[in-house]
Design a binder for this molecule. Structure first.
Ligand code: UDP
Length: 372
């Protein structure tokens, strides 16, 4: 007899949230991950210099969802952190402007002295290319910031990040970045913006600390593929095309490679994140100490190189991928009567933020519990 009620494949945000929730109502949960750690791409660890480092790139938590905020507060203390990003337009520090575009960005780029919202609105009015219902990320950027800012800040960064021109990508990619008519330089404006005091891995450990949950690492889902019907429910959080052995075609997922460098000084750059839109092969340098607030005489910086090889990180919202995903989604729907669910960024092919991933898993739990 199977001693578990549920099988959860993948120990990232979606998997851990479902495990925690179902365990809390008495279900016996087996959660597996093919990596040698939990936490998915949020996993962090102390490096040789004693600095808390995100192995798969930085994660800055922000949310307006009260329920998500109160949920994550059950598993960690949080330290407030308002994320700030600058763009090194020429790659040599000569023009460092704040992102998202706000009054300071425009003043610095064009040597202007815009003083208030009204003047900024006027400037935008004059400089944007008005496009009704932007169909892609290029149109969205032109419509909101105009040609010069688009070309200097967004076009090449996007090409590097996605290996696609913004015109090939859904407008939702660019719409992630707002445009401000004030001086607010914060990257996000959500009510809650914070980092887990002891890191994300500790938070996930606490979520899974329940006698009803068993964790098996270094475990491929293929080991269980033939035995799924032995579980009351199965939750798959990996890339959806892999579940179906890529039977249609491979969906595109963009990946990242990282280079970590420890430096013998307290800080390397003026903010946690500096973007390099036009020069360099990497997209950005993150100095996570600015966010975690860790005190250390040394610092570790992270260079980010987008790539097609390696672990999947980002669904790539082009027309072709969306159509292909729909085919896989139809296959997935057919498995719902067998209580096999596809959940999260990779399985639902959605560019979820962390809080959206938590919310999505919490909602799925509630709907299953309430028999909807
Ligand atoms: N982006 C850009 N220039 C920037 C910052 C962002 O062109 O300086 C575009 C780019 O296409 C990126 C998208 O906006 O992929 C979303 O940015 P975000 O910071 O949300 O990306 P993430 O942190 O999720 O990689």
């Amino acid at each position: 007899m199977n001693k578990y009620d549920l099988l959860i494949i993948g120990a990232g945000i979606s998997g851990c949230t479902l495990a925690e929730r179902f365990a809390s109502i008495g279900k016996k949960v087996l959660i597996i991950d093919k990596r040698n750690h939990i936490g998915g791409n949020c996993y962090d660890f102390l490096d040789n210099a004693g600095i808390l480092i995100p192995k798969y790139g930085p994660h800055f938590f922000h949310t307006n969802y009260e329920e998500v905020w109160s949920y994550v507060n059950r598993f960690s203390e949080w330290i407030p952190y308002n994320h700030k990003v600058f763009s090194d337009v020429n790659g040599d520090g000569s023009l460092l402007v704040s992102i998202p575009v706000n009054i300071n960005t425009v003043n610095k780029m064009f040597n202007l002295k815009i003083k208030n919202e009204q003047e900024m609105k006027k400037w935008l009015e004059k400089n944007v290319e008005k496009i009704e219902n932007p169909k892609n990320s290029e149109e969205s950027a032109l419509n909101r910031v105009g040609k010069v800012l688009y070309e200097k800040l967004f076009k090449n960064y996007t090409k590097k990040q996605w290996d696609k021109l913004p015109s090939e990508l859904d407008s939702s990619v660019m719409n992630r970045i707002p445009v401000r008519t004030n001086f607010d330089e914060r990257y996000f404006t959500d009510k809650y913006q914070a980092m887990p005091k002891k890191g994300y891995t500790k938070l996930f450990e606490k979520m899974l600390k329940n006698p009803n949950i068993s964790v098996k690492l270094n475990t491929d889902f293929l080991n269980y593929k033939e035995n799924l019907n032995e579980f009351e429910m199965v939750f798959f959080t990996g890339r959806i095309d892999s579940f179906f052995q890529y039977k249609f075609k491979k969906l595109e997922y963009r990946s990242l490679k990282f280079e970590f460098k420890t430096i013998e000084k307290e800080y390397f750059q003026k903010a946690a994140q500096i973007n390099y839109p036009n020069t360099e092969e990497f997209t950005r340098i993150t100095e996570i100490k600015h966010a975690t607030g860790q005190k250390n005489k040394k610092t570790t910086i992270i260079y980010e190189y987008p790539t097609w090889e390696g672990e999947p990180y980002y669904p790539v919202p082009t027309k072709d991928n969306k159509e292909l995903y729909e085919k896989y989604k139809n296959e997935a729907k057919k498995l719902e009567p067998e209580k096999i669910y596809f959940v999260g960024r990779l399985a639902e092919y959605k560019y979820f933020n962390m809080d959206e991933a938590f919310l999505n898993a919490l909602n799925l739990f509630e709907s299953i519990k309430n028999g909807k």
